[in-house]
Design a protein around this ligand. Structure first.
Ligand SMILES: O=C[C@H](O)[C@H](O)[C@H](O)COP(=O)(O)O
Length: 267
């Protein structure tokens, strides 16, 4: 990390002098993720129940919440982790934890995303977590999404990377085929996500926190009506949940070379 890095830096407009380099242009993607995460934690208040997201961006928010608790700047926070990985991180940092059974209403969730479209629809789950995230973020009064600018897309699937779907292991190739067929017009290729075997062993299906598998949909073209696509995916009995988070994000924080922007879906 460069010495000039300040995670609190806030620049919301392009520089006045056109020939100057953008203010955050020297920062790495990791530093941009941290800036977005720190900005999101400014929404956290003492006494809140907080959904703790998963991934390389959300981990910075979890660490920052812990720091503020230790400094006494936040008090009485209860974290609801969205994955076993985040659970482990939060436990190691001493953040008090609970779950949706005990705290069915979450004040605020903070999480990263793999893609964000202009309407603040998301793709999530490329890191293997999506079901617990969707349950917890869906139960949240406010859901702040934190990304670096590389995650912005014109349409869902537009990065050319996976739109994940969590499926039950039983006859997963049948379900994979059905999903591929569903989006054939969009040039869909559906692949069962595999995990490289340790010590050179054979690859095996990647298993989620919930004991399920993941089918990744690769789309050549825009699938159009996302709500209709969501309904069709969920209609297959072998599908547990998909990684399109539609209409759920209330706030988007993007860190990019020109600074940090905060976009509110309702404002
Ligand atoms: O499965 C992973 C989660 O949905 C993550 O929130 C998402 O993949 C974004 O992760 P990252 O911040 O590491 O890009």
């Amino acid at each position: 990390m460069g010495s000039a890095f300040d995670p609190f830096v806030m620049v919301t407009e392009e520089p006045a002098v056109v020939n100057s380099p953008p203010p955050l242009s020297n920062l790495t993607q990791e530093e941009l993720k941290k800036i977005a995460a720190y900005k999101a934690v400014e929404f956290v208040e003492s006494g809140m129940v907080i959904g703790l997201g998963t991934g390389s961006t959300a981990k910075h928010a979890v660490a920052r919440i812990s720091e503020l608790l230790q400094e006494g700047k936040l008090k009485d926070i209860i974290g609801i982790p969205t994955s076993t990985t985040t659970h482990e991180q939060a436990v190691s940092l001493g953040i008090p934890l609970s779950d949706l059974d005990s705290h069915p209403v979450v004040d605020l969730s903070i999480d990263g995303a793999d893609e964000v479209d202009p309407a603040l629809n998301l793709v999530k789950g490329r890191g293997g977590s999506l079901l617990r995230e969707k349950m917890i973020e869906g139960a949240s009064k406010k859901f702040v999404v934190i990304v670096d600018e590389s995650k912005l897309v014109k349409y869902i699937g537009g990065s050319g990377l996976a739109v994940p779907v969590e499926v039950v292991p039983f006859c997963c190739d049948f379900t994979r085929g059905k999903l591929e067929e569903l989006f054939r017009e969009a040039g869909c290729v559906a692949k069962l996500r595999m995990k490289i075997g340790s010590n050179g062993g054979d690859a095996t299906p990647a298993v989620t926190d919930n004991g399920n598998y993941v089918v990744d949909l690769y789309l050549e073209r825009d699938i159009g009506d996302l709500e209709a696509a969501s309904e069709k995916i969920l209609r297959f009995p072998g599908v547990v949940e998909h990684g399109m988070f539609l209409g759920m994000a209330t706030t988007l924080i993007v860190a990019g070379k020109f600074g940090v922007t905060v976009k509110d879906r309702f404002g």
